[in-house]
Design a protein. Structure first.
Lengths: 198, 178
């Protein structure tokens, strides 16, 4: 599923997306402006406490930073070698704090609510030519197209297998690209023939 | 912007996301960060759609990532990734796509080497120029060390340039008026 949302009823879940994003932006900026290891470590503890408030298990919290583990290791090693242990710990902890905090916003906010908030916010940009409805249409289409592209890729690979070409990148990518464009043409014809006006 | 433009933009957002689902290629025995296919989406969006639509496609992609959709390779997403060490590269994507689109479409009749060169300029040079200083500041690494880390990515990015060039030219032949 394309949504990291973890259902819940906590205070953080009930907050509306706008203020949550604003709080995140302020907290992240503050984290960047301070340079103390102690404050950074306390921030990590405080953020983990917020995960408790939101009733999100520690396992989920750890899963947020696991894909970035190798980056942490490289940074820690490089910083330790060049600038000492304190700075290494500070840099890695600050990164971890940022990612945990941002993930907390994502984990407690439905993607659809986030899109709604963004569409509302985009109305402010209407005077400079942004059309919120068109942006929403593009987002919905994009999220729908991701699994469709996966399916087309599987079909093309199976077709090329009969020719023994399933390992050739170009022999798979080229028909895939052409079919994707054709699919997009069909979809836009379908939208227009149903009289979509925005 | 017509409906067709919007659908194409959505398609390349989806394509960039779908490329993130491909397993990353580990090299140097896993000693270096794995190379992902995702910046191929940036190169293709620019070279196929042109500056405006390609730039918008990646702008929308980055906005979706910022909103927390796990569209980056390894299922990453959310505001924190953009503030992290590789954030500069990701924020550079819309600019790179627009630069590639501008160059490739202005010289539509260029031969394959020139097209490849223009994609490499936008997809490697511009991206690194914006991403490396960001990495140096956020990771407190310093420019020289960041630069050294990024050298490892150049071979993989060159492979992506070749692929993008071949695919973009093929698509242009199949659909002359995308």
């Amino acid at each position: 599923m394309l949504d990291l949302y973890t259902p819940g009823t906590s205070m953080l879940h009930r907050m509306s997306p706008g203020p949550k994003m604003a709080a995140l932006a302020i907290a992240a900026t503050a984290l960047f402006l301070q340079e103390s290891l102690l404050v950074t470590a306390l921030a990590v503890v405080a953020i983990l406490a917020l995960y408790r408030v939101a009733n999100i298990p520690m396992k989920t919290a750890l899963a947020q930073i696991r894909p970035l583990m190798w980056i942490f290791v490289i940074f820690f090693a490089v910083q330790w070698y060049f600038s000492g242990l304190t700075l290494a710990a500070y840099v890695v902890l600050r990164l971890a704090a940022l990612i945990l905090l941002a993930s907390l916003v994502t984990l407690t906010t439905r993607a659809s609510d986030m899109i709604d908030s963004m569409t509302r916010a985009l109305r402010l940009f209407k005077p400079i030519g942004v059309n919120p409805d068109k942006v929403s249409l593009a987002i919905s289409l994009a999220l729908r197209f991701i699994p469709v592209l996966g399916r087309i890729a599987t079909e093309v690979r199976e077709a090329q297998k009969t020719r023994g070409l399933e390992r050739s990148i170009i022999a798979v990518a080229m028909p895939l690209a052409i079919r994707a464009i054709k699919m997009a043409d069909d979809v836009s014809d379908a939208i227009e023939s149903r009289g979509y006006r925005s | 912007m017509t409906i067709k433009d919007i659908v194409y933009i959505a398609l390349f957002v989806a394509l960039t996301a779908a490329l993130g689902l491909m397993p990353p290629i580990a090299f140097a025995g896993g000693a270096l960060p794995p190379i992902t296919a995702q910046s191929l989406g940036v190169m293709l969006a620019g070279s196929v759609l042109g500056a405006k639509r390609g730039g918008y496609a990646l702008l929308l992609f980055v906005a979706l990532v910022a909103m927390g959709f796990p569209l980056l390779s390894g299922g990453r997403g959310g505001f924190g990734v953009l503030l992290g060490t590789s954030g500069g590269f990701i924020l550079a994507w819309p600019i790179c796509a627009a630069v590639i689109g501008h160059l490739v479409h202005k010289n539509a009749n260029a031969n394959i080497w020139v097209t490849g060169g223009m994609i490499a300029f936008g997809g490697i040079l511009v991206m690194y120029t914006l991403g490396i200083p960001w990495m140096a500041v956020v990771g407190k690494l310093g420019l020289d060390k960041s630069l050294a880390i990024m050298v490892a990515y150049i071979p993989g990015d060159l492979v992506k340039v070749v692929l993008a060039t071949v695919i973009a030219r093929g698509l242009r032949r199949a659909y002359p008026n995308i």
